[in-house]
Design a protein around this ligand. Structure first.
Ligand SMILES: Nc1ncnc2c1ncn2[C@@H]1O[C@H](COP(=O)(O)OP(=O)(O)O)[C@@H](O)[C@H]1O
Length: 179
């Protein structure tokens, strides 16, 4: 939690669970400006990685560089951090941590559409079944700010975004911030 006038929200979950879709809708519908940061894209754009693994088609992130890049942005508040992992972010950063979940056969289909290598699909699917990201979030942040949401249908998506917007409104009310 920072002293900012707008909240810091982490939206996390296994790749394909719907983070970017949720984050974008939330940014559009929020009563206060929220900047959607797709952390994976930021890593690529700013070169915040050590190397690129061709076999897994993924970057090895330079965590120190990433945290240095994000610190001033997060301190200002009004940010949605959208990433498939969350434990590297300091405990003081988020006001809310949303963990999206998805049934594994649906997740498989979503990842296949991305043309991921088979073993990357398998690895992510297993991680979802083992609820790796949820456990990570629970181990890293206070229980009362971690929310697990199912994101399998359009109805889920709409309900989740509405719920998060309501959370932003009540956060603002509690702080007495003018929106
Ligand atoms: N609740 C949902 N219901 C149906 N499809 C969804 C839902 N959430 C996401 N999707 C779809 O799943 C795919 C992956 O979503 P995306 O937001 O890119 O996931 P992530 O950012 O977690 O990798 C996209 O094609 C998106 O349209």
């Amino acid at each position: 939690m920072t002293n900012a006038q707008s909240p810091v929200i982490i939206i996390t979950g296994t790749p394909g669970t719907g983070k970017s879709t949720h984050a974008q809708l939330l940014a559009n519908e929020s009563p206060v400006p929220l900047r959607h940061i797709n952390v994976g894209d930021l890593v690529k754009e700013k070169g915040l990685y050590e190397d690129y693994d061709e076999e897994w088609q993924s970057y090895t992130v330079d965590e120190d560089k990433l945290l240095d890049e994000l610190e001033p942005i997060v301190t200002e508040g009004g940010v949605i951090l959208d990433w498939h992992t969350c434990e590297i972010f300091p405990e003081r950063w988020p006001d809310l941590v949303v963990v999206l979940r998805c049934d594994n056969s649906q997740l498989w289909d979503r990842l296949e559409k991305r043309s991921y290598p088979l073993k990357k699909i398998q690895e992510n699917n297993e991680a979802e079944i083992m609820q790796v990201v949820l456990e990570e979030a629970r181990a890293s942040y206070p229980a009362e700010i971690v929310v697990e949401l199912k994101s399998e249908t359009t109805e889920d998506l709409e309900a989740n975004v509405t719920r998060t917007v309501e959370w932003v409104k009540s956060w603002i009310r509690e702080r007495g911030v003018d929106s």
